[in-house]
Design a protein around this ligand. Structure first.
Ligand code: GLA
Length: 389
């Protein structure tokens, strides 16, 4: 924190008035279901974006992204045009904060001029929601400055709108929700249709371990949109047989079994993943309620197989990490987490085996994939906060 404050001081010549943090997230189960009205089980993690800020004297917004050593300034009058003070297009990284400013303004909330320096511990493109953490971090910052009162879930929705309509990524609400609403030591059950949610304790004696495959894919956005379109197409086709359905959330596995033969093969695979993944989350919640890590872990492995074979968003490296984990002592379950196409796996591991598990996974990955994996124990953390410095 002192480091953040002195960086701010070096950059802007005075002390910050506000400090904020917003965590990344890991999703334990319920992948690619948040844009189908399904329930998800993410947790906020102990890797966050940190922001220091002060009111600007000219009413403009001045950003300094410390990790890439770049700055940009824009005014709220021009935010809709996505240009800086000189009329040049805003760089990609600045569109997340600018999008939040735009979305807050659209929601009728005051967005005041700020100088902001920020830095992130959430690896970019690793499936741990680095962009949602930036959005939510700026959201709580403007909230602290503006003094307006909205609940964290509403703030998450405003940030999602920034990403959908301003940045241009059609993500669901899970990532912004987890970053905004995280509860220490807990996963979060979040029904993306009703928007009901509650903290869900992990099984006793278990820990969450994240393994970063080191693979980053650039095509994530287009492949993600393609998957989303397939789901919408599946709903349109299934409405012939089930006119009442609005989304794949409305299709039970038994109904899907009856009507899936009428779907084209690729659409069928995508929809099968979604319908069964939603059912898995329901089973997982019962497993949590009866404190059964074996059952929860089995559902994680099944989720991975489905993401690999039906949704086709895994990579060979993620598959290697999951297969290695399966054979290590103390591992209940493992799967890719986030959108896929690279990034991380999440593992549910017996507490007293965590150290040897991490070592075993790293060594196995080096041997099998010829690559280095970052593997770390993750603490489920509280959501975003902002306060006066
Ligand atoms: C990304 C999106 C989320 C969600 C996941 C897949 O993280 O931002 O909304 O769709 O992919 O579960």
């Amino acid at each position: 924190m002192t480091d953040l404050i002195s960086s701010f001081q070096n950059q802007f010549g005075h002390l910050p008035a506000y400090i904020a943090q917003a965590p990344g997230r890991v999703n334990l189960l319920g992948e690619h279901v948040d844009y189908n009205g399904g329930p998800v089980l993410p947790a906020a993690i102990d890797r966050a974006v940190y922001l220091a800020a002060a009111a600007s004297s000219d009413g403009k917004i001045h950003l300094f992204a410390r990790d890439i050593d770049q700055k940009v300034s824009f005014s709220m009058a021009d935010v809709e045009n996505k240009v800086d003070l000189e009329g040049r297009p805003l760089p990609g990284w600045a569109r997340y904060p600018a999008g939040v400013a735009w979305s807050l303004q659209e929601a009728g909330l005051e967005v005041s001029g700020l100088e902001v320096l920020y830095t992130s511990e959430v690896p970019i493109g690793a499936g741990l929601s680095s962009s949602a953490a930036v959005e939510v971090g700026f959201g709580v910052l403007w909230q602290a400055k503006g003094g307006w009162e909205i609940d964290q879930l509403t703030l998450a929705k405003i940030c999602q709108r920034a990403e959908n309509a301003y940045v241009g990524v059609s993500c669901g609400l899970m990532d912004q929700f987890a970053s905004a609403c995280g509860v220490e030591g807990h996963a979060l059950y979040f029904d993306t249709r009703s928007l009901d949610w509650h903290p869900a304790p992990l099984p006793d004696g278990t820990a969450i371990v994240i393994a970063d495959s080191g693979i980053r894919r650039s095509l994530t956005n287009s492949a993600y949109n393609e998957r989303r379109n397939s789901c919408e197409e599946a709903v349109t086709l299934l409405q012939r047989y089930m006119p009442g359905i609005q989304s794949l959330r409305d299709v039970k596995t038994i109904e899907f079994a009856a009507y899936s033969p009428y779907l084209p093969p690729v659409i069928c695979k995508r929809a099968e993943h979604v319908v069964k993944e939603i059912a898995r989350v329901d089973f997982a919640v019962s497993a949590l309620n009866r404190n059964d890590p074996q059952a929860f872990g089995a559902l994680m492995f099944a989720s991975h197989a489905s993401l690999r074979d039906l949704y086709e968003v895994s990579t060979p490296e993620l598959d290697i990490l999951v297969d290695l984990a399966r054979n290590l002592p103390g591992c209940y379950g493992a799967r890719l987490t986030g959108a896929g196409f690279g990034g991380c796996t999440v593992n549910l591991v017996q507490n007293d085996q965590v150290t040897s598990f991490i070592e075993g996974l790293k060594a196995g990955y080096r041997q099998t994939a010829g690559r280095k994996a970052q593997v770390y124990l993750c603490k489920a953390s509280q959501g975003a906060t902002a306060e006066r410095a």
